[in-house]
Design a protein around this ligand. Structure first.
Ligand code: C5P
Length: 407
């Protein structure tokens, strides 16, 4: 057991849900490994899982009664299923069969395991295991995509020999690999535990006609890195994202939008929250009116004037709200020059608690880059973050946010 897994999972309360596949036998070993890493494990099994492994085996290894049904009066008396769902710091489904993934994707609650998953607010991880044709079926692919977009961590499956002499992607990841994947996403020290964070990221696209839009070069990488960092620190994260080519980080609920108007609505819908971080590059202008027909070149005209109107400033609007429970509002300022001056002006003008400024238009910084250098400003101070990967800067920013909350 690696010491980093031990550090990340020690003291965590893990609800392990076992689905009905032959790989269920590996979950016995998983219980062991999770406990070796210092986690407390309780196990719930589907009816199918009990065809492969007995509840008693899990009970012996977890040192807790194994839950097998919603309709067990004695077990409910000891700890109700909703209580068990609340108890968990994280929920892990292993093996996750095609059927279980489908039921989770659709929010069904027709047995104990799916009810627990639906009732728990803890981050959910699934480790799929099934025949390779079932894994590659468009229905399963769509279900996995839905789960990923909802912030579910998908661990594996691995490629290799399967049951019935078949081979392909569908093997349950090895227990050590599952533990390592869980440790990698839960490695924070809980700086934002119990807090809700809403983050906007990426560009917005303002449609002009059915084929053209106004956009910008934001990749969303910084906002997504901040979302991942906040989730690692235990926050409940809603990530409102413009059009980007990125996957939602584990443990993050993602809401996709296109335009500034949609982003404003999605952010409003996601509130109340403790922290709002506006990392999106929201278009400043949108078409006064959308042309339902493609705008044509005219025969004689050499120029075209677009009639644009200002978009609402989402960040400034959020910062003014007194009814959204916000304790900290954070903005970003991408500037080509006079970075500090413009950033401080925005801090005041938009009534922010913190603004993170970075220089754009230089190599290795800003849009599309994996690295960045930035400075955070608040009313009474500032902190410089040396150039580095956006993931590392995001960790630093989240630590600063936690500090400012205490200030
Ligand atoms: O004013 P400027 O666009 O430079 O400000 C950048 C900050 O304001 C960013 O945090 C960005 O997400 C936010 N913003 C916004 N809505 C707009 C424009 C900017 O939330 N319409």
């Amino acid at each position: 057991m690696s010491s980093s897994a031990t550090a990340a999972l020690a003291g965590q309360r893990i609800l392990l849900c076992v689905g009905g596949g032959i790989a269920a036998y590996k979950s016995l070993e998983l219980v062991r490994r999770l406990r070796d890493a210092g986690a407390t494990v309780q196990v719930a099994m589907t009816a199918g899982a009990q065809q492969f492994v007995t509840p008693l085996s899990f009970q012996a290894l977890s040192a807790h009664p194994t839950r097998t049904t919603l309709w067990d009066g004695a077990a409910e008396q000891a700890m109700g299923h909703l209580e068990l769902a609340r108890w968990a710091d994280r929920v892990v489904v292993a093996p996750a069969t095609a059927d279980l993934l489908a039921r989770l994707a659709h929010g069904l609650a027709d047995d104990l395991v799916t009810t627990l998953c639906l009732a728990s607010e803890a981050p959910l991880a699934v480790a799929p295991a099934m025949n390779h044709r079932m894994w590659r079926h468009p229905a399963t692919e769509a279900n996995v995509a839905v789960l990923r977009a909802r912030g579910v961590q998908v661990i594996g499956p691995e490629d290799g020999p399967l049951a019935e002499n078949e081979s392909g992607p569908g093997r349950l990841s090895e227990p050590d690999a599952i533990v390592a994947a869980l440790a990698a996403t839960g490695a924070g020290s809980g700086l934002l535990q119990g807090l809700k964070v809403v983050i906007s990221a990426g560009p917005t696209y303002e449609d002009l006609d059915p084929v053209r839009y106004l956009g910008n070069r934001s990749s969303g990488k910084m906002g997504f890195a901040v979302a991942a960092a906040a989730a690692r620190q235990g926050a409940q994260v809603v990530l409102v994202s413009g059009p980007v080519q990125l996957q939602a980080p584990p443990g993050v609920r993602r809401v996709d939008v296109r335009s500034a108007a949609q982003m404003r609505q999605a952010v409003a819908d996601a509130l109340p929250a403790d922290i709002y971080i506006g990392a999106a590059a929201v278009a400043d202008y949108t078409a006064r009116s959308y042309s339902p027909n493609k705008i044509k070149k005219t025969g004689t005209g050499q120029t075209l004037a677009l009639d644009l109107v200002r978009t609402p400033d989402i960040l400034a609007e959020v910062a003014q709200r007194t009814d959204a429970g916000l304790r900290l509002v954070v903005g970003f300022a991408a500037e080509t020059d006079n970075v500090a001056d413009y950033a401080r002006q925005k801090l005041t003008a938009k009534r922010l608690d913190l603004i993170v400024a970075n220089r754009v238009g230089v190599p290795g910084c800003g849009f599309e880059s994996d690295t960045n250098a930035m400075t955070a400003y608040w009313r009474t101070g500032e902190r410089e973050f040396a150039a580095g990967p956006k993931t590392a800067l995001a960790d630093g920013l989240v630590a600063l946010i936690a500090e400012r909350l205490q200030a």
